[in-house]
Structure formats: structure tokens, C-alpha cells
Design a protein around this ligand. Structure first.
Ligand code: ISL
Length: 568
């Protein structure tokens, strides 16, 4: 029999170090802060820590712009602090993933500094340099080599005066794209990865790794009114991406032992591609982060023009991924990360039903088949933050979007509404440890203020409350660790057309786990037969008399009531 990989029973916890815990009072979280709070993760029961970037960086995108891959940024500490953290993680029986950001570097990385210095230096071809569009003056509007929009607003090419050419940056202008066509680039990346594995890390979360292979003919795309369009058809899941990842696997991971894990972050990945990326026989990556479900509330104007979530669309999407990655491949499961607004504010109710809705969304996610990811603070039900105005925001994506949208005539208040709902800073306010100043995050002034709700919403309060969101997450982790049906069971969606109830069955042998979740603020009957079912976990602490599983026609669920049943 095939032994199933260890990570099928694992839960991963993402630490965003800038906002987790500040040990030295400079207002920015750091590695010693993470080490000091590892017992929070132990209490929760997670298996793996994914650490967002701590490498040397000018900080244009909070560390996703790296200027030295083999050092720690002084804001976060030193390599010695890193080794201490790694040892402390291992001592607690957990493993640690680094964030691997190799689609691009910082423009201050020595590779790019050299590359931009002349057209004939040995590293010129390590990045994407192109002359201005023919017939145009370099630097003039519309002279960019392609009309692709950057993820962070504006063109994805910037003009460089020194050598009179443009360089490609799918993200900010301070994040030039590496040219993976050049074998030396790949070798340099692989050598760096081996260096970290030799140091003891247990794998990588690979930033936008499905964008590394571009269509080298760099075609234009259909453009919007501002002359820019979505170029992703020419760089997402590109022609050589599988070849590159297979080479990475051979040159970096093959032959290494231990509890290794690789997860590729892949905007725009389809399930068909995901099967190929994660089929163990192909030796590329263990799992991928897909984006379908976090795009369902993006409106006609994009992510900052949100529309209400249609639950049927979510079920169609998740159901399809569960089915198609059922026998080959493996799913990652997430609502939150450092790029997404908080799930309880986004899809739940962060007012009257804060607790129940946070738990309901947690149960739905964690009982799917796949590896769940918990983003720091999600296990407390942390919410979006009240940003007064653009001056209170820090994220480069939000700032660029605001500047460009307002310059193009948008109403600033309308732009702010989109940013308040969807901006990435919502996920980046300090971790709420206790009710004290700055939520116990820092003794100094935090780089982004703590959410004012930390007076009642904090870890300390939740440890002591058996009915807390924290203990609910802890129980979900425990279910995965103790029940084979949660890890390996088949998945069947129920009631696909119901607009408010999310229900499904996991089955393994004679065991069935049935999840019945009312994801709305009004009572709702779920037409699910629960004869003989035993309640394992609910979003409500106390069952309402007569509301049990045995009701004819299925249970009548209270607002945001999500129940997990076992049928044997
Ligand atoms: O949030 C997004 C912008 O709308 C996403 O498209 C995001 O940029 C995309 O998921 C890629 O994210 C990763 O790479 C970015 C970095 O800013 C994100 O923090 C990182 O998770 C560039 O490195």
C-alpha cells in the first residue's frame, strides 16, 4: 500500500513576522518575537509554521522584494536569531517553511544592480530588458514593450535611463522579474534553496511560482480605457513552468529526507493545471494555493470593487476542486493570508454573530479534504480594521491603486470603500495577544496600529474561554489529527443549489462526517438526513432543545449555526 504523505494530516500556520510580535520595542515584529510566542502554536496544535519573508529587503512590499536571499533583514534580527527560531520550532515537534520569492528580486539586489549597469554586463539577461515600442520615445506614455498592467497598478514595465531600456515587473517597479529562461538564474535560485535546506528548514511556500515562465514573444493583450490589459495569459502557467519546477525538484529536493513540504502560490491556476503541478508522480510541488474562491467576490471593477459572495458559486468551485483533485493531486485550503481581508468580516458577520460566523467558516474549511492553512489571528476571529483614510494605510498595492484611481477621476470616498473592504492591510494589523497597550504586540508604537477591538478580542481572553474561536480552531486541528475520515475521506457536496446552507459529507469505510452549516444571519432548515448522527462540534456552545439532528425534514439551523456530525 502507498503510505500517505505526512502532510495529509498537517495543519499549517502562517506567521507574518512584521505583525506577529515585537521583542525589541521598535514597533516592527521580529524573529525573537516569533520564538517567544511559539507556545501559542503548540496550544493550537499546528504542525507547520510558514514564515513570510524575513530576508534582507528595502521593504517596498514588506519583504516580498528581496535584496539578499541569504541574510536576515536587521528589522527582523540576525541569522543567529533565525537559527534559534528554527531550533525552537523543531524542539516543539513542528517544521518550518520559508517563503521563496524568486519570480522577482528587489531592484536593490546586487543581481539587478549589475544587470541595469550596462547592456553588456554578464547579468543583463538575468532580467527582462526590452527597448521601447518601435516608433515611440522611451519613457513616453504607451512606449512600454507590452501593454500588460502590473498587479500593483500602472504598466508592468519601467523605463531605465541608464541603458535606455525597459525592465519588466509584474508587481511594483521595485520588484523586477527574474528571467528564468536563463539557466544561470535557475542555478542561482536552486543553490540558494539548498543553502536554506542545509541550514535545516523544511521546505518552501513559493511566491507566485506559476508566473516564472513567460511567453518570450511578449504579445500585447486587449486593453482597457487606460491602455493597459491583463497579460496573465502570457505569463501565468506559462510554457516552461512544469519543466522549471521538475528541474527544481530534481536539483533541490530529490534525495533529501525529512518532513519536507512545498506549496506553490499560483494566481490564475486552473484545477487542470493544479492536477499536473501536484500529481506526486510528476515530482513538482506537494500542493498549490489556488485563487478561484478568493476571486468570487471581485466585481466588474476588480478586487477593489467587491460584490456579495454567491454561496452557490463557492460550492461549485470548491466542489469541483475537491472532486478533480480527489484521486490525483492534493488541495490547500485557506480563507485568510497576508493578502486577503479577514474572513469573518468578508464572508461572515463581524458584529452580532462574530463568534458563530468565525467558527462556521472555520468548520466549513477545515473539514474539506486537503491541507488547511491558518493565518495569524484567524484562529481568534480577528476582523478587518477601521482605516480612517488612505493616510492610515501602508500597503503598496493599496497606495498605488488609490493614487492611480483618483488621478483618473474616481471619487476618493468610493475608492476608500473598496480599500477598506479588500485592502491587504486588514490582514496586517498587529496580532492581538492581550487587552493591554497595542494588544501586547509591542512596547513601542506599532508600524500599523492595533485594531481597537483588541480590548475584547485577544488571545489571552480566548485561552480562558472554552467557547472561544481559538478553542474551536484547536478542536478542528484535533479532528484532523485524530480522524482518518477527515484526512482521507471522499468528499460529496450536498444541497448545491441552496443559497445559504453549505453541507457536505466525508466518507471513509463505514465512517461518515457530515457538515451542515448555515452561512447566513437568518434561521434556515437544512434538508439533510441526519438519522443516527452524533454531534462532534458546533459553532454554538449550547444546543437548542428540539434542534437536534433527528428532526423530520432536517435540522432547523440558527443563524451561523455550523454543526459537524459523525455517522457510523
Ligand atoms: O493580493 C493580490 C494583489 O491583488 C494578489 O494578486 C497577490 O499580489 C498575489 O497573490 C501574489 O502575492 C504574492 O506575491 C506578491 C506579494 O505582494 C504578495 O504579498 C505575495 O503573497 C509579490 O511578491
Amino acid at each position: 500500500a502507498v503510505v500517505s504523505p505526512w502532510w495529509r494530516s498537517a495543519v499549517v500556520y502562517q506567521v507574518y513576522p512584521r505583525s506577529f510580535a515585537d521583542s525589541d520595542g521598535d514597533g516592527v515584529g521580529d524573529l525573537r518575537g516569533v520564538t517567544a510566542h511559539l507556545d501559542h502554536l503548540v496550544r493550537l496544535g499546528v504542525d507547520v509554521v510558514w514564515l513570510s519573508p524575513v530576508y534582507r529587503s528595502p521593504g517596498a512590499d514588506n519583504g516580498y522584494d528581496i535584496s539578499d536571499y541569504q541574510d536576515v533583514d536587521p528589522t527582523f534580527g540576525t541569522l543567529e536569531d533565525f537559527d534559534e527560531l528554527l531550533a525552537a520550532v523543531h524542539a516543539r515537534g513542528m517544521t518550518l517553511l520559508m517563503d521563496l520569492v524568486v519570480n522577482h528580486t528587489s531592484d536593490e539586489h546586487p543581481w539587478f544592480v549589475e544587470s541595469r549597469s550596462s547592456t553588456d554586463n554578464p547579468k543583463r539577461d538575468w532580467y527582462w530588458w526590452r527597448p521601447a515600442r518601435s516608433g515611440y520615445v522611451g519613457g513616453a506614455p504607451g512606449a512600454e514593450p507590452t501593454n500588460w498592467a502590473s498587479f500593483f497598478s500602472g504598466p508592468s514595465w519601467s523605463w531605465d535611463e541608464v541603458t535606455g531600456e525597459y525592465y519588466l515587473h509584474l508587481f511594483d517597479r521595485k520588484q523586477p522579474d527574474l528571467n528564468w529562461e536563463n539557466p544561470q538564474v535557475r542555478e542561482a535560485v536552486f543553490a540558494m534553496m539548498r543553502w536554506w535546506l542545509d541550514r535545516g528548514v523544511d521546505g518552501f511556500r513559493m511566491d507566485v511560482i506559476n508566473l516564472v515562465s513567460k511567453d518570450t514573444s511578449l504579445p500585447d493583450v486587449v486593453a482597457g480605457p487606460d491602455g493597459l490589459g491583463d497579460g496573465s495569459a502570457h505569463y501565468a502557467n506559462g510554457p516552461r513552468v512544469h519543466e522549471f519546477l521538475a528541474q527544481m525538484h530534481r536539483e533541490v529536493f530529490a534525495g533529501r529526507s525529512g518532513r519536507l513540504l512545498t506549496v506553490g502560490e499560483m494566481p490564475g491556476v486552473t484545477w487542470q493545471e493544479a492536477v499536473l503541478f501536484t500529481d506526486p508522480a510528476r515530482r513538482e510541488v506537494d500542493m498549490v494555493f489556488q485563487f478561484e474562491h478568493v476571486g468570487l467576490d471581485h466585481g466588474p471593477g476588480g478586487k477593489f470593487d467587491p460584490v456579495p459572495l454567491d454561496l452557490r458559486a463557492l460550492k461549485e468551485s470548491f466542489g469541483r476542486w475537491q472532486r478533480e483533485l480527489g484521486s490525483r493531486g492534493w488541495n490547500s485550503l485557506y480563507w485568510d493570508n497576508h493578502d486577503q481581508p479577514r474572513v469573518v468580516s468578508r464572508f461572515g458577520d463581524d458584529g452580532a454573530f462574530w463568534r458563530e460566523s468565525a467558527k462556521a467558516w472555520a468548520s466549513v474549511l477545515h473539514l474539506h479534504r486537503g491541507t488547511p492553512y491558518v493565518y495569524q489571528g484567524e484562529e481568534l476571529g480577528m476582523t478587518n480594521a477601521p482605516f480612517a483614510d488612505i493616510g492610515a494605510m501602508r500597503d503598496v498595492e493599496s497606495l498605488n491603486h488609490y493614487r492611480r484611481a483618483v488621478a483618473q477621476g474616481a471619487d476618493p470616498e468610493v475608492v476608500m470603500r473598496g480599500l477598506r473592504a479588500m485592502g491587504r492591510d486588514n490582514a496586517r494589523t498587529p496580532m492581538q495577544w492581550d487587552a493591554g497597550p497595542h494588544a501586547g504586540f509591542s512596547s513601542g508604537t506599532p508600524w500599523l496600529p492595533a485594531n481597537p477591538n483588541h480590548g475584547w478580542l485577544n488571545a489571552q481572553a480566548q485561552y480562558e474561554d472554552p467557547d472561544s474561536v481559538f478553542h474551536h480552531y484547536r478542536r478542528l486541528v484535533e479532528l484532523r489529527h485524530t480522524m482518518a475520515v477527515v484526512r482521507e475521506g471522499d468528499f460529496t457536496m450536498l444541497l448545491p443549489q441552496d443559497e445559504q446552507v453549505y453541507a457536505f459529507v466525508r466518507a471513509l469505510g463505514r465512517e461518515r462526517v457530515v457538515v451542515v452549516a448555515n452561512l447566513g444571519g437568518s434561521p434556515r432548515r437544512a434538508e439533510v438526513d441526519l438519522t443516527g448522527a452524533r454531534l462532534l462540534l458546533s459553532s454554538y456552545a449550547v444546543a437548542e432543545p428540539g434542534s437536534g439532528p433527528e428532526q423530520p425534514g432536517g435540522p432547523l439551523l440558527r443563524p451561523w449555526q455550523a454543526d459537524v456530525y459523525l455517522v457510523v
